[in-house]
Design a binder for this molecule. Structure first.
Ligand SMILES: C[S@@+](CC[C@H](N)C(=O)[O-])C[C@H]1O[C@@H](n2cnc3c(N)ncnc32)[C@H](O)[C@@H]1O
Length: 235
């Protein structure tokens, strides 16, 4: 189920009802304390967060936890930051539950890209500037640049590109996009902790964004968005 980017006002009504009526909540690192605070005091809250390179729960263990609690007949909410089906490994958990004969209801959440677009008053698909929007990841399963990124698409000045998990590979990614023709003055924005009290927005360009992030440490989780649509972003 999607917990959204942090601000509990962005939960769907279905998500709020599910959180309030859960017996057990298995939550990720990205789920905000404000959202967790909506749970019933008697609900069992279990942090199954995956924390990048720090020790964390393996996906197989999380799948087992979900199945274990649900098999006891409890009302289990698997709460994930943003939308559970956008870079959230929701698909693997759905499959594990299906294999175990556990019924699943998916409740969508506001993904961080949508929240960031709203925060900046930017239409990701403004017809004067973008023909499409693409959500990409800066990490493969080993934390490296995915080997199979579509570089032609990333270097396309007519696209809006949202990079989830950008930190480790952003310098390489922007350098290659520019090498392939994306102008270095294309607007780029980094936004950390969108909709949270510690939100931080950094306006830049494709040519400068990696250095700007390094020098100003906006925080994490961090999203980077690139495209002409950000030329009129309101910070
Ligand atoms: C594993 S992905 C999960 C994405 C999530 N399912 C979603 O829909 O937003 C984690 C990445 O999402 C982005 N992210 C999630 N929440 C964020 C927030 N509140 N502010 C900025 N970026 C966020 C960051 O790029 C972070 O590294």
């Amino acid at each position: 189920m999607g917990a959204g980017p942090g601000d509990p006002n962005l939960l769907t009504i279905a998500a709020l009802r599910a959180i309030e009526s859960a017996d057990v909540i298995l939550f990720d690192e990205l789920v905000s304390q404000d959202v967790l605070a909506l749970a019933n005091a008697s609900a069992n809250r279990v942090n199954v967060g995956k924390r990048g390179y720090k020790p964390s729960c393996k996906q197989a263990e999380i799948n087992k936890e979900i199945i274990r609690w649900a098999s006891d007949g409890l009302n289990v909410v698997r709460l994930k930051g943003g939308d559970p089906l956008i870079f959230g490994r929701g698909g693997e958990e759905i499959e594990a539950c299906a294999d175990a004969g556990i019924e699943v209801t998916i409740i969508p959440g506001v993904t961080s890209a949508q929240a960031a677009a709203a925060r900046l008053s930017v239409s990701l698909t403004h017809r004067d500037h973008a023909r499409r929007v693409q959500f990409i990841t800066g990490h493969d399963r080993h934390g490296r640049m995915p080997a199979d990124l579509n570089w032609g698409a990333i270097a396309d000045p007519g696209a809006t590109t949202v990079i989830y998990m950008p930190q480790r590979t952003l310098r390489e990614l922007t350098a290659k996009a520019m090498e392939l023709g994306l102008p270095s003055d294309t607007p780029a924005v980094a936004i950390a902790n969108v909709t949270r009290p510690n939100e931080h927005v950094l306006m830049s360009t494709v040519g400068d964004i990696a250095n700007d992030i390094e020098s100003s440490s906006p925080g994490s989780p961090l999203l980077v968005m690139i495209g002409l649509v950000f030329g009129k972003a309101r910070t």
